[in-house]
Write a protein that binds this ligand. Sequence first.
Ligand code: CTP
Length: 401
Amino acid sequence: MLDNKNVVLYVSGGIAAYKAADLVRQLIKQGANVKVAMTASAQEFVTPLTFQILSKHHVYTDTFDERQEDKVSHIHLADWTDIAVIAPATANIIAKLANGIADDFATTTLLATTAPVFVVPAMNSHMLENPATARNLTTLRADNRFVMEPETGFLAEGYEGKGRLPEPVTIVESIKQFLVSQQLDLPLKNKHVIITAGGTKERIDPVRYITNDSSGKMGYSLASVARDLGAHVTLISATKQLSNPFGIDVVHISSASEMLETVMKTYNSADIVVMAAAVSDYRPKKQAAKKIKKNEESLIIEFEKTRDILYQLGQEKQKQFLIGFAAETNDLESYAQEKLKRKKANMIVANDVSKPNVGFNKNTNEVTIFMPNSEPIEISLRSKEEVAAEIFKIAIKQMIK
Ligand code: CTP
């Protein structure tokens, strides 16, 4: 998303300026070309040399420091920009931007910038609440500048309040989301995608349950890919081991019946449902209200079948494109074809989990895609993110057929 994008980072003078150094690193990590401009007060907190070393570019501080005879540097930098990021943005630079004031290198270049401007305010909570600052932020939003919400927490002043600069990784995620929202030609724009992930847990008693080896990684990768393709994503997750992906509605559930209930709540509005979860096929017939004591030599637990969610979705299908998974250890093709028909799915993504580096709890996967009236498509061993991207590429092609 940020690969080869020209990012100009404007650092203004607040205590959070030190965090901007890490922001440069995070942006570069995403493949961006980063150049930095600093206000005079920012240089009181961090030196231009820090940013020069991290960005591997000259740091812009002085409007009249013209290094190339044939170029006016602030116009040249403004024209080079794919996205301008102001972080931290103080009340002062926000006021100048809102009112078109250009009295130093940073504000002059910002005035000449036609690329999207992403503002990350960070200041004392009282300065943020000041009616002038609030008015200026409203003006920036009306001017189509993207303003990120500051975080609430422990401020440099020693008390809790709203105004903290979000962590650099969070800023980068938000920038990526912002760029996605700017792209009008994304294939899943205005589509609602429901994705289930992880292994469900079926309670035996208040302290015990049965589950399976699913890590949820495949489902989380699919959710991030769908989001980047422009979809509104609801991720129904049976795991708490993975952090919530940015810009996705995550609903945590535990059992197969909770998963079914949650999927059904939004099924009508869904365009695509991906059942990547490893749903328990059986659950204990009775759930003990109290912890089972080890009084007996052996313990027999009777299991009953859970409802098959994908099958249910197939029965009630209207416009939805249904993608199911099949984790098999043998006879992959015949089982996958059978599931495709019986569950009325549009696609079954099958993997042979007996192979090394495939499926449960791994970071890589190798799958075969089955669709009605079509030859199976093999996707060779690669990261789960790459597999997820291939799955959506094939699904989108199939949907517009
Ligand atoms: N699935 C489901 N509800 C269940 C069981 C499975 O929605 N109670 C979904 C899974 O999320 C997956 C697909 O059905 O997308 C196939 O799951 P899998 O466990 O491979 O197949 P089963 O139908 O459970 O059959 P079997 O265990 O006999 O292979």
